[in-house]
Write a protein that binds this ligand. Structure first.
Ligand code: UDX
Length: 435
């Protein structure tokens, strides 16, 4: 089929390349000329497993073409995916200005029947809104249908999820569009949920919201564990044996981050408010996460009482391992709090990017974890990168001025902590050690 994907960001790029792999001809339209140049040269614009190979192969077999030419993209295609950014404002409302811009740009080129699909996460009601906009822009009624087809891609595993995901959700109010979408997704052999647009739009939010609820709930139980002497990992294991609960997304830590959970939970709270239908559990989930992500600073202050001029090492800056994404990472909030208290911050992350150096130009960036630990008064583990699991605790103990470890991801072994004579160790729900 002939497909156009608008936006070569995270979702758009993966969507374009994965459809290209399934015998489709894809045109990916991107207005950022720098990004475009990189992609045309076969250079990935994001760090994602398998992306480099897939991009190069797509260019070699010409299954995907990158361009800034909207007219070419729209006129050559039967299905058009909108995959532009939909950020939340400070008041938690979703900003769909980029979607609006796309509708206005593409309207003049919808010269015959096309299916327009929202791939970006958009507020409930956006499919209806887009239909009205097209009609206002004089696009003939019979020339288009609008479909909601949200993505469920995990960063780092996005290509895998595209080909082997658990579900494909298609929200349509036209049989013709539904048939086109079914044909497009048939080769993927993934269970399809066919429904109306509002349900599809809400499935996306509910999915991310429920996973966030699970995490925040486990984080609260973890905090209780530390008070009563219970172990959160054993609790999570036991709960996970119950098929009704599932073992996934029960890992306690310093909260969720990334481009989806923080944004989508807030957006859904706001959407529900707009309909006078408060989602109290979700609001609490957001609050718990905001407290949880700065918990290490509270622990540090309880330990030292006065933290000014202390040196604190941060291990891990990205919101999760195996990505270079720092969006809404707990590390950002922790560093901000530490700087407010005049703490000297050193940081190490295997994927440290220019982006974080722009946010915090004045902290010290280390080139390896031991260099980061040297002469520090405490370390906060913010991301569970695999290299941190194997940290040599004897060496850490020697290098640090005071070996205080705040393990925000529960990755260290308490027996080894004791063996290495670490001065203080704090976990999230697995107990603390003071020597
Ligand atoms: C998520 C969804 O999984 C995906 O389906 C959606 O479309 C986009 O958002 P992603 O943001 O890539 O994907 O990350 P994910 O691996 O789901 O983790 C999200 C956050 O939750 C991370 O900060 C992670 O550290 C945290 N998390 C996850 C926990 O704290 N505990 C867990 O048990 C699982």
């Amino acid at each position: 089929m002939n497909i156009c994907v608008i936006g070569a960001g995270y979702v758009g790029l993966i969507t374009a390349l994965c459809f290209g792999k399934k015998e489709n001809k894809v045109i990916c339209v991107e207005k950022d000329l720098n990004k475009l140049k990189m992609l045309k040269n076969g250079t990935p614009t994001i760090f994602e497993e398998g992306l480099d190979e897939l991009l190069k192969e797509s260019l070699r077999v010409a299954s995907v073409q990158f361009t800034e030419d909207f007219e070419l993209g729209i006129k050559s295609s039967d299905i058009i995916f909108i995959a532009v950014g939909t950020p939340t404002n400070d008041n938690w409302d979703v900003d769909i200005a980029q979607v609006d811009e796309v509708i206005n740009l593409i309207s003049p080129y919808i010269d015959k029947y096309k299916v327009i699909v929202t791939k970006s996460t958009v507020p409930v009601g956006t499919q209806k809104y887009i239909k009205i906009k097209f009609l206002e822009n004089q696009v003939p009624k019979g020339n288009f249908d609008v479909v909601s087809n949200p993505e469920f891609l995990r960063e780092g595993k996005a290509i895998y999820d595209f080909f082997y995901g658990d579900k494909i959700v298609i929200g349509c109010d036209s049989l013709k569009a539904e048939e086109t979408m079914k044909k497009l997704y048939e080769p993927f052999n993934i269970k399809m949920v066919l429904t109306n647009p509002e349900t599809a739009e809400l499935i996306k939010y509910t999915s991310n919201a429920l996973l966030s609820v699970k995490i925040s709930f486990m984080n609260e139980i973890a905090n209780l564990c530390n008070k009563v002497g219970a172990d959160i990992d054993v609790i999570a294991y036991a709960l996970g044996l119950d098929k009704r609960i599932s073992p996934l997304f029960l890992k306690a830590g310093i909260g969720y981050g990334g481009s989806c959970f923080p944004k989508d939970t807030k957006a859904l709270v706001k959407i529900s408010e707009n309909y006078n239908c408060d989602l109290d559990i979700l609001r609490a989930t957001v609050n718990v996460n905001e407290k949880q992500r700065v918990l290490p600073v509270i622990i540090l202050k309880e330990y030292y009482k006065e933290v000014e001029d202390k040196v604190v090492a941060i291990l891990g800056l990205t919101f999760k391992p195996d990505t270079d994404d720092i969006r809404e990472a707990p590390s950002l909030y922790i560093i901000e709090e530490l700087l407010k208290s005049k703490v000297n911050v050193k940081a190490y992350d295997p994927m440290v990017t220019k982006e974080i150096k722009n946010i915090f130009p004045d902290i010290t960036y280390s080139y390896d974890m031991y260099e980061c630990l040297a002469d520090s008064d405490a370390v906060i583990i913010c991301t569970e990168w695999s290299e941190f699991y194997n940290i040599d605790l004897f060496k850490a103990q020697e290098l640090m001025r005071e070996s205080v470890i705040i393990d925000g991801r529960n990755i260290l072994d308490k027996a080894k902590i004791k063996e290495a004579n670490i001065k203080a160790y704090y976990s999230i729900g697995k107990g603390n050690i003071r020597n």
